[in-house]
Design a protein around this ligand. Structure first.
Ligand code: ZN
Length: 66
């Protein structure tokens, strides 16, 4: 699961709802990256992708300490 961290526009955080269930380098991700990068300027900054470990499926007994 790969999510988009959103962007900063005029010093304000802008959420992005892009979520992708796939692999790095997939066309969908490149497309989305290009979309943000095409908007980048001195007032707009893209924060990149993130892989949240807490979202998604839980494997259950994976050795968690708590
Ligand atoms: Zn995005």
């Amino acid at each position: 699961m790969i999510i988009c961290k959103g962007s900063k526009k005029d010093h304000k955080f802008e959420n992005c709802l892009f979520v992708y269930d796939g692999n790095w380098g997939d066309a969908k991700l490149v497309e989305h990256q290009n979309y943000h990068e095409s908007l980048e300027n001195e007032n707009y900054c893209w924060l990149g992708f993130d892989v949240p470990q807490t979202i998604g499926r839980h494997s259950g007994r994976d050795g968690k300490r708590n």
